[in-house]
Design a protein around this ligand. Structure first.
Ligand SMILES: *Cc1c(COP(=O)(O)O)cnc(C)c1O
Length: 292
């Protein structure tokens, strides 16, 4: 994988936005690339390595019209010289989303399937070459988690807590697997995601670690938002110059700000918030919603 991407990752101090008695840094995976979202790149790395080892030249994966995974997969396959097909949920739109346009520009073949077919993860029979390798939606699974664990290679190890957003739970599972004595706090972005803990547990490989999900910050569900979230994202940007996305990292930062206010973290805690990227998805918001 193109290694110079990792040189752009920094750890930015943002304590002044939170409170005086805890330390907060943001791990800027969003800086790796303007389009390719940070954690998806990490989750993909071992899937692609495995495909190459098995001499598979064609990757097939799944996603929606604004999927961070689809665009990351398209770009990664382009970089690796692999053929790539994205099976996209729903009918082919008259006008492609920005995400789909860019995925196509990276050479991804787009196949639109009905929501029912998508749910069943049916591979269209006309995908010509049966020598493909499938990457699950969102890079879910233990291979994705193994890649996500390597996120921790790009930060110091002097934190008491790691905080991250939770979609499929693959990234947090990797972070938990890769952690030592840190406490890991996850913020699910889906509503009523009752089996999140179970899904994450199934991807853990080591002895029991300390981790916890806080389910109160999904803002109504996946990709749902309200004015207060956008207002918060603008405020955070004005204070720190760090842009966030409304699906994952905006909700994560909002949650941490609120939890700090509620004294969830003991004083003298040292938090690392993982900015997992996803900024490209903000293009789906009405123009002018954000200052960045
Ligand atoms: C996909 C994604 C997540 C969630 O990762 P999971 O491994 O699915 O839990 C978090 N942040 C961003 C920006 C993402 O694109």
């Amino acid at each position: 994988m193109t290694t110079d991407l990792y040189n752009h990752i920094t750890t930015d101090p943002v304590s002044s936005f939170f409170s005086e008695d805890i330390h907060v840094d943001v791990l800027r995976l969003d800086q790796m690339h303007p389009v390719i979202s940070g954690n998806k790149w990490f989750k993909l790395r071992y899937y692609l390595e495995a495909a190459k080892k098995e001499n598979k030249k064609h990757i097939v994966t799944f996603g929606g019209a604004w999927s961070n995974h689809i665009i990351a997969c398209a770009a990664a396959c382009h970089a690796e010289g692999l053929l790539c097909t994205g099976i996209i949920r729903g009918e082919e739109p008259a006008v492609y989303s920005k995400t789909l346009q860019e995925a196509k520009a990276y050479g991804m073949h787009l196949r639109f399937v009905s929501r029912e077919e998508y749910k069943e993860k049916i591979i269209p029979g006309t995908i010509y070459n049966d020598d493909y390798s499938i990457i699950p939606e969102g890079g879910y699974g233990s291979i994705g988690a193994e890649g996500a664990a390597t996120i921790l290679n790009y930060c110091n190890k002097n934190y008491t807590h790691y905080c991250c957003a939770v979609g499929t739970g693959t990234m947090i599972a990797g972070i938990i697997n890769g952690s030592n004595n840190e406490i890991i706090i996850g913020i699910p972005v889906l509503k009523n995601y009752y089996h999140a803990e179970e899904d994450i547990q199934s991807l853990l490989n080591g002895p029991s670690k300390k981790w916890q999900l806080v389910h109160d910050y999904h803002f109504g569900g996946y990709a749902k938002y309200d004015k207060s979230l956008l207002l918060f994202m603008n405020e955070f940007y004005q204070h720190t110059a760090i842009p966030t996305d409304f699906v994952y990292t905006g909700k994560l930062l909002y949650a941490i700000k609120d939890l700090v206010k509620k004294k969830f973290f003991p004083s003298q805690s040292r938090l690392l918030i993982i900015h997992s990227g996803g900024l490209q998805g903000n293009a789906s918001l009405p123009p002018g919603s954000l200052l960045f």
